[in-house]
Ligand binder design. Structure first.
Ligand code: NAD
Length: 490
């Protein structure tokens, strides 16, 4: 096991041994062009990786299509065993893989290791689900014939993932696709390609056949993916990323009426009622806000606190946030790593400045750090009016914006006043209020007295402009299955 203080030689070895080519049809391929991957904590270049073009994309889709019939015919138990092997390999290698994620994405090492464990858990969960694909048999209401209902793999699938959970977002798609009997072409984000390439290496090493999983890295996602999305052989697009890009892809998918799963942006409200346990609420707030340095779709975006406890809650939260150690994710105890790039820091600063100009007060933080690296301190703002831009935009940074409410109805109506609907958080010690408010939240998920909802065994996903479909949980595999009805005359 690596110690928490990672030496530069260990870092270098992890980078030097990480795959950097395209993974197509079971082989690593070089490309004429490459692009750099940076460490956001230092701004230093870590390495370069292959830069795929449209022709590489079609080669990968050819491979996925060629592998599809055999993979669909592979016994579910055999598919399950391979997925379980991936689970074990990820757990065994979580120090190395966690460090790779920290280096390319910036999150603290402990958090990165937890991401690898989370990714591994998807492979275990879907190994268990692979052998439970069921169907139906029923008499027609008119008698005579019978209805046989079968569920079959949807077919070659395109999987596009963001940079903020560079391995887990891929695992959350690849594991159910493989469990269902689908092959795939995976395209990770250009900021963090190394973790997905490393996952491809693990998947190949346990014996998943060539062509079943193909991974392409590129600087031009539209040029690479548009021809694949328009290709009739692609049967499914599963996308995790911003709502803006998700909408563009939905339009593209209309052309072939392709099935889609969309895990998009969020704008999570956190409601703290006066009857909450304030320590539980502050713990939950720090978790919901600071996971991934605020760069999570599930990140708390707006805090609404009932007037009687608003000052107390804000001060406790500010004290906790101000004490969080900031630095490079490889250093011990760091909680606040860098943001992904300079644009992210500039965006957060613009949102904080806008809130201040509209009357908000800074309790802690509020000013970007000087380089090297792209750091923004944990920040708490109070008296944030609903008109502030950060109440309507995904902040994607370590900024807690607090406003005050008086009544339950007011809190619900302000919380739901957004086109997003991924997750909300509710803190109250009243069971009745907790359930009443949770039911009233227009979100796919609610954290009731807890600041983290992600769990491979639970259905993850949003409503409204936060997405379509659910990943994980008992229904996660359905995203990669088609239902076929066979009418049988006896
Ligand atoms: P993004 O939308 O910019 O990019 C996501 C992926 O789409 C990347 O791989 C990118 O290369 C690719 N892409 C961009 N344009 C494309 C195009 N025209 N054609 C094909 N692919 C294209 O998002 P991001 O900045 O990488 O990630 C942050 C966003 O992801 C946030 O909005 C966050 O809320 C969201 N997210 C959502 C979930 C969820 O489960 N709902 C989880 C994590 C992140």
């Amino acid at each position: 096991m690596l110690t928490d203080t990672v030496s530069s030689s260990v870092e270098q070895t992890v980078i030097d041994t990480a795959p950097r080519g395209l993974f197509i049809d079971g082989e690593w391929r070089k490309t004429a062009r490459t692009f750099p991957v940076f460490d956001p904590a230092t701004g230093d270049e870590l390495c370069t990786v292959a830069d795929a073009d449209a022709a590489d994309g079609l080669t990968a889709l050819d491979a996925a299509c060629a592998a599809q019939p055999d993979w669909a015919r592979t016994a579910p138990r055999e598919r399950a065993e391979l997925l379980m092997e991936v689970h074990r390999a990820l757990v065994a290698d979580s120090d190395r893989l966690g460090l790779l994620a920290t280096l390319e994405m910036g999150k603290p090492l402990d958090e990165a290791r937890r991401e690898i464990a989370y990714a591994a858990e998807f492979f275990r969960w879907f190994a268990e689900e692979a052998v439970r694909i069921d169907g139906g048999y029923m008499p027609a209401p008119t008698g005579g014939s019978r209805f046989v209902v079968a569920r079959q793999p949807v077919g070659p699938s395109l999987l596009i993932t963001p940079w903020n959970f560079p391995m887990a977002m891929g695992a959350r798609k690849i594991a159910p696709a493989l469990a269902a009997g689908c092959t795939c072409v995976v395209k990770p984000a250009e900021q963090t390609p190394l973790s997905m390439l490393a996952l491809a290496e693990v998947i190949a090493a346990v014996g998943v056949p060539a062509g079943v999983v193909n991974v392409l890295t590129t600087t031009d996602p539209a040029a690479l993916m548009t021809p694949l999305i328009h290709d009739h052989r692609s049967r499914k697009l599963s996308f995790t990323g911003s709502t803006t890009v998700g909408k563009q892809l939905l339009e593209q998918c209309a052309r072939t009426v392709m099935r889609t799963s969309m895990e998009l942006g969020g704008n999570a409200p956190v409601l703290v009622f006066a009857d909450a346990d304030i320590e539980v609420a502050v713990d939950g707030a720090v978790e919901a806000k600071m996971r991934n340095i605020g760069q999570a779709c599930t990140a708390a975006n707006r805090f609404l606190v009932q007037r009687d406890v608003a000052d107390l809650f804000a001060q406790r939260l500010a004290d906790r946030m101000a004490a969080l150690p900031m630095g490079r994710g490889t250093k011990p105890d760091v909680v606040v790593g860098p943001l992904i790039d300079a644009d992210a820091v500039a965006k957060v600063q613009r949102l904080v400045d806008d809130a201040r100009a509209r009357g908000a007060t800074v309790l802690t933080g509020g000013t970007a750090m000087d380089g090297p690296g792209t750091f923004y301190p944990a920040t708490v703002l109070v008296d944030v009016p609903d008109e502030a831009e950060l109440c309507h935009t995904e902040i994607f940074g370590p900024v807690a914006a607090i406003g005050v409410f008086d009544t339950e109805d007011e809190a619900i109506s302000r919380a739901n006043d957004t086109p997003y609907g991924l997750v909300s958080y509710v803190f109250t010690e009243s069971l009745r209020r907790g359930l009443r408010v949770s039911e009233a939240m227009e979100t796919g998920m609610v954290g009731l007295n807890q600041g983290v909802v992600s769990n491979p065994a639970a259905p993850f996903g949003g409503v409204k402009e936060s997405g379509l479909g659910r990943e994980g949980g008992p229904t996660g595999i359905d995203e990669f299955l088609e239902t076929k009805y066979i009418g049988v005359r006896l």
